[in-house]
Design a protein around this ligand. Structure first.
Ligand code: 4NP
Length: 155
C-alpha cells in the first residue's frame, strides 16, 4: 500500500480537492487496494470543518466527491505516509520545518512536480478569497497533476 497525503493551508479547498480527484482516478484505475489518499492543512483555523462548499460544488459538476473534515498535519503523519504533497511553496516550507533534517524530508514534494507539463516549482493557487473560476482552475490543475502522480506510482 502506498499512502499519499495532500497538504494545503486550511485543508478546506485545495488539499481536499486533490484528495477527491486522486481517489476518483485511483478507483477508476482499480487501484483502491494499493493507493490510499488523505489530506491535511498546515494551519489550524478550520479544523473540524467540512470542505468549502464552492470546492464541493465545482468537483461535483465533474462527478468527483470532495469530503472529509479539516485536520492539521501532524509530525506523526510523516510516519504514516509515503508521500506528503504540498499545494504551494509556503506549505512545503512549513512541512520542511516540521520534518527537520530527518529522512521525512524526502517524502515532501509539490503536487505539481508530478505534472510533466507544469513549470518548475509550480503551485496550486489559493482560491479561498477569489471567485468561482479559482475553484475550476484548482480542479484543472489537480486533475493534470494527479494523472501524473498516478503514472508515477504505477511505475
Ligand atoms: P486551502 O484554502 O488552503 O486551499 O484550504 C484556504 C482556506 C482558508 C484560508 C486560506 C486558504 N484562510 O485564510 O482561512
Amino acid at each position: 500500500m502506498t499512502r499519499v497525503c495532500f497538504v494545503c493551508l486550511g485543508n478546506i479547498c485545495r488539499s481536499p480537492t486533490a484528495e477527491g480527484v486522486m481517489r476518483h482516478l485511483v478507483e477508476a484505475a482499480g487501484l483502491g487496494d494499493e493507493i490510499a489518499v488523505d489530506s491535511a492543512g498546515t494551519g489550524a483555523w478550520h479544523v473540524g470543518e467540512p470542505p468549502d462548499p464552492r470546492a464541493v460544488a465545482a468537483a461535483a459538476r465533474r462527478g468527483i466527491r470532495v469530503e472529509g473534515r479539516a485536520r492539521r498535519f501532524e509530525p506523526g503523519d510523516f510516519t504514516r505516509f509515503d508521500l506528503v504533497l504540498a499545494m504551494d511553496r509556503s506549505n512545503r516550507a512549513a512541512l520542511m520545518r516540521l520534518a527537520g533534517d530527518g529522512p521525512e524530508l524526502r517524502k515532501i514534494a509539490l503536487l505539481r512536480d508530478f505534472d510533466p507539463d507544469a513549470p518548475f516549482d509550480a503551485e496550486v493557487p489559493d482560491p479561498y478569497y477569489g471567485g468561482p473560476d479559482g475553484f475550476e482552475a484548482v480542479l484543472d490543475i489537480c486533475e493534470a497533476a494527479c494523472r501524473g502522480l498516478l503514472e508515477h506510482l504505477r511505475r
